[in-house]
Design a protein around this ligand. Sequence first.
Ligand code: DC
Length: 211
Amino acid sequence: MSRWIIAIDGPAAAGKGTLARRLAAYLRLPYLDTGLLYRAVGRRVLDRDESPTDAAAAECAALALQPEDMERTDLRDPAADAAASAVADVRGVRAALLDFQRRFGAERGAVLDGRDIGTVIFPNADLKLFVTASPEARAHRRWLELRGRGLGADLLDVERDIRARDARDIARTASPLVPAADAIPIDTTTLDADAAFAVALRAARSRFGLE
Ligand code: DC
């Protein structure tokens, strides 16, 4: 069994998660959604009635993170979105989560999706994909997802939030969202999940010499 590390980075709602999960299942590799780590840290801070922009509180929450925090059912609501984005900007939080991510991948290889997997967490990853889509397409997908979960939202509000999160992810000094120089770009604006998976699979087959 190969211990490949596959890094899948890109902005919010570009389709990284679906793609990463499918690729991991196909290649029989463990999968880690690293956004959940930041979401769980954000939730811990909110639970303590502290501010996610308070660097000391956020770092403390990251150091205290437990595996069961990732099982919470409230990690994808709008409050968690905002809190995750804020704590992700704190250097101490990123440092606290770095080891966990590296250990996860080192054991049996892994597919990890996030913002800095190919640039910071695993700069020597065997395969790097950078998944993007237009802000409008991503907002529409997120809006459909929210609706599907019974969370009504205004499409324009969702798009505004996505653009604000992009701006924060790109502008932050700690591990900003930027494609690794050797990442293969996949633009999913006009691709459905099957078509995006086909592109990723082609890249993996060619990289690993699979049939
Ligand atoms: O991928 P996501 O939307 O679940 O990520 C939640 C937040 O965490 C988002 O604001 C970006 C941040 N994040 C990060 O900074 N680095 C990662 N590797 C993963 C997520």
